[in-house]
Design a protein around this ligand. Structure first.
Ligand code: NDP
Length: 450
């Protein structure tokens, strides 16, 4: 089977799932040449099998709002691959959630989890529920209704969800509480739990911190560091906030943040105090990013307009970290980054760069880290949370951070080694796809055709 055959196979079976097809195409283009070297894996149709979820659950979530009105949402869990461990991957609550988006995320998750070195399979789930504008009571009601069905399909040795867009500590608390009540047991069925009830220190910070550790490793290959680097960050949620924090700690300067309404450009750069304001705004007051610009002199705010590019990426900088959502950096944006001689793009979000954008970056020699490598620190630390739960212990902040640091360094080296071995030196995308795939493929081969 060549890449055309495989993609025809996937397109035929998933014709209404553009995001999923996009994710498969990226991995297939990297992996098929490597499979030439491994005819045993080709014969077993391992790649084809990874494109079919082991199980896909879709369910109705009915709940009552504060006025007593009935709402109906759709809930999902995609259990994509359990070759190397229990299904693991976040839950997303956002109106754009559908089967295609969750299958793309679950597919990416297989290879990301394999890269971490922690034994975790791939999964993802969520709902088209929009948490924006909902009261605290409505969020809790929805989480409980969602868990009344999802609880049948997950378990601490079976499938362990975590957060993602729209699902943070608050939602995990409500869902964990509902699960505990339904099952009458206290287990590590979620990661991202609160400290004091099974959570791990550094888990909230891990995706953003890990992203910047990975970028630091990339810069070191060019004899450089994050110090004094001007950085563009998109998003203002969990990943963006802690990426900004680590940039500040390493002596860099983060100058942007965004939400779905617009972005702020703070030429003077975020400071610890300004970041504390942003965190309070987004995590407690649940306000809009514009308020950041209103609060600090010299900060410019730009509303999102329907254009063919995202102007945030045309601001001069050394590094770019897309941390909001999929396909937020396209070919035009990539060309703007090239024009401004950006050194690296590190993906905090999942699949934020379009395939055309990736080609522009790589063709122009910009170091490009795909999310499945550079944002793997979150799930890796979730794996550390699971280990602590199994052991019945709590590691210190320093211990978890040191392990996260080591894991990101190891992923970086693994990507570069695989890229070199398979004839694409320096190409993190091919390296990540090939290394992640081969690990899962060998496990699937050993476990027979199931
Ligand atoms: P949050 O919900 O905390 O934040 C998401 C941010 O992105 C918000 O600022 C949100 O703005 C913005 N955003 C979301 N959707 C859109 C959209 N369609 N257009 C413009 N802006 C948008 O999510 P996270 O920070 O957890 O996740 C961000 C990305 O990182 C996602 O791609 C996620 O899959 C990925 N990721 C997250 C991990 C984690 O540990 N949390 C781990 C690995 C990857 P607004 O508030 O206006 O919606």
């Amino acid at each position: 089977m060549n890449s055309n055959n495989l993609l025809d196979f996937v397109k035929l079976r998933n014709s209404h799932e553009p995001e999923f097809i996009q994710a498969v195409e990226e991995v297939a283009l990297s992996v098929l040449p490597a499979l030439e070297k491994h005819p045993d894996l080709r014969k077993l149709k391992i790649l084809e099998r990874t494109t079919e979820p082991e199980r896909l659950i879709s369910f109705r979530v009915s709940w009552l709002d504060d006025k007593g009105e009935v709402h109906i949402n759709r809930g999902y869990r995609v259990q994509m691959n359990s070759a190397i461990g229990p299904y693991k991957g976040g839950l997303r609550f956002h109106p754009t959630v559908n089967q295609s988006v969750l299958k793309f995320l679950a597919f990416e998750q297989i290879f990301k989890n394999a890269l971490t070195g922690v034994p975790m399979g791939g999964g993802k789930g969520g709902s088209d529920f929009d948490p924006k504008g909902k009261s605290e009571n409505e969020i809790m009601k929805f989480c409980q209704a969602f868990m009344s069905e999802l609880s049948r399909h997950i378990g601490h040795r079976l499938d362990v969800p975590a957060g993602d867009i729209g699902v943070g500590g608050r939602e995990i608390g409500y869902m964990f509480g509902a699960y505990k009540k339904i099952k009458n047991e206290f287990t590590g069925v979620f990661t991202g739990k609160g400290i004091g009830w099974g959570g791990s220190l550094i888990r909230p910070e891990a995706t953003g911190y890990g992203l910047i550790y990975f970028a630091e490793n990339m810069l070191q290959t060019k004899g450089q560091s994050m110090k004094d680097k001007i950085c563009l960050v998109s998003g203002s949620g969990n990943v963006a906030q802690y990426a900004i924090e680590k940039i500040i700690q390493l002596g860099g300067k983060a100058v942007t943040a965004s939400d779905s309404n617009g972005y702020v450009y703070d030429e003077a750069g975020f400071t610890t105090e300004k970041l504390a304001f942003l965190m309070d705004l987004k995590n407690n007051r649940r306000g809009r990013i514009k308020e950041y610009a209103d609060a600090f002199a010299g900060v410019k705010y730009f509303e999102t307009k329907a254009t063919d590019h995202n102007p945030l990426w045309s601001i001069p900088a050394h590094c770019a970290f897309p941390c909001a959502t999929q396909n937020e950096l396209n070919e035009k944006d990539a060309n703007n980054l090239v024009k401004n001689k950006v050194l690296l793009v590190g993906e905090g979000a999942n699949m934020p760069t379009t395939p055309e954008g990736i080609n522009v970056l790589i063709d122009n020699g910009i170091m490009y880290a795909p999310g499945k490598a550079s944002n793997a620190g979150g799930v890796a630390t979730s794996g550390l949370e699971m280990t602590q739960n199994f052991m019945g212990t709590n590691w210190t902040r320093e211990e978890v951070d040191a392990k996260l640091h080591a894991i990101m360094k190891n992923i970086h080296e693994t990507c570069l080694a695989a890229a070199k071995e398979y004839g694409k030196p320096g190409n993190y995308m091919h390296g990540a796809n090939i290394a992640g795939f081969l690990k899962v493929a060998r496990a699937m081969q050993a476990q027979g055709v199931i």
